[in-house]
Ligand binder design. Structure first.
Ligand code: SAM
Length: 289
């Protein structure tokens, strides 16, 4: 039997099923997704951006052939990135989000009434535009008067801003290409300097299964600056390696301490989820040394 030829590198029509085949340069595995429709496909200066519709995952945002989020499971990632530090800090008023052009992290930050100002620093304007057009459940926060959007490299912003922040979030693509600048010693040093004396830094740091050396490296770099450095994890179906990590570094508050009572609407985050997301110390030492 002859199968139809691949249409191009990224989609493969097999019999009557349209597949998107992920190509992740930072992972030793590639997932394939059945898709119904290509809703958007465009090239910006930084990324090839696609929004695909999947019968199982809903809309999916793809940058340079790597899945960034799906409507089905994005809230696990965004809630955990945001609500863990914001429930440890007693009153986080000034926030910066580096990356996060889809708006998912922003949506979660804005649920906190004490937040007065959020600067979102995204290198690629078109990611924000695409999200506003195709992913309204994620991008709903861009019109909020507390939000300022800066279009530039996050590392340059942190180096040159004169402002101080309570919490810095790094919601970036994989640490390749232009996102590499967000994982250097220099960036962590600059982030430390722009945080207030009780500030908190948190970054997505890839999978414990596939990127343990990378996770270790970030933890060690952060520990050179911050008093308290820790790691919490979550399971995400659509990120390669699944066992996803967040590296958290704090000047004052212990991320493992009992969090403030959660008073905002969440689908996944809760006080006990927060506490259990941190690896047991013995396992952390075994895995990360
Ligand atoms: N939640 C996603 C994940 O972990 O795969 C991240 C999604 S969000 C779309 C990532 C954003 O980070 C992208 O829009 C990308 O343009 C932005 N980004 C990457 N490197 C950056 C940098 N150095 N400065 C600012 N934004 C950056």
């Amino acid at each position: 039997m002859r199968f139809p030829r691949a249409q191009n590198d990224r989609y493969l029509r097999v019999i009557d099923v349209l597949l998107f085949r992920e190509k992740d340069p930072f992972a030793p595995i590639n997932y394939s997704y059945q898709i119904e429709e290509i809703l958007c496909k465009r090239k910006s200066k930084y990324n090839e951006i696609m929004v695909l519709k999947s019968p199982h995952f809903g809309k999916m945002l793809i940058l340079d052939n790597v899945v960034q989020l799906t409507e089905l499971d994005e809230y696990f990632y965004h809630e955990m990135l945001v609500h863990v530090p914001l429930h440890i800090h007693p009153s986080s008023r000034h926030i910066v989000i580096i990356g996060g052009g889809d708006g998912g992290a922003l949506r979660e930050v804005l649920k906190h009434e004490e937040v007065e100002r959020v600067v979102l620093v995204e290198i690629d304007r078109e990611v924000i535009e695409v999200s506003k057009s195709f992913l309204p459940t994620l991008s709903s926060g861009f019109g909020d008067p507390r939000v300022e959007v800066r279009m530039m490299d996050g590392a340059d912003f942190i180096k040159t801003t004169g402002e101080e922040f309570d919490v810095i979030f790094v919601d970036s693509t994989d640490p390749v290409g232009y996102a590499k600048s967000l994982f250097t010693n220099q960036f962590f040093t600059d982030a430390f300097s722009v945080l207030k004396p009780d500030g908190i830094f948190v970054a997505q740091t890839e999978s414990l299964h596939f990127h343990r050396d990378f996770v270790c490296n970030v933890q060690h770099k952060l520990a050179q600056k911050f008093k308290l450095v820790d790691l919490y994890t979550i399971s995400i179906a659509t990120y390669a390696g699944n066992w996803w990590t967040f590296s958290i570094a704090s000047k004052e508050y212990n991320p493992r301490k009992k969090p403030r009572k959660c008073k905002i609407p969440t689908k996944y985050y809760a006080e006990d989820v927060h506490i259990n997301a941190f690896l047991p110390q013995s396992l952390k030492e075994k895995l990360l040394g």
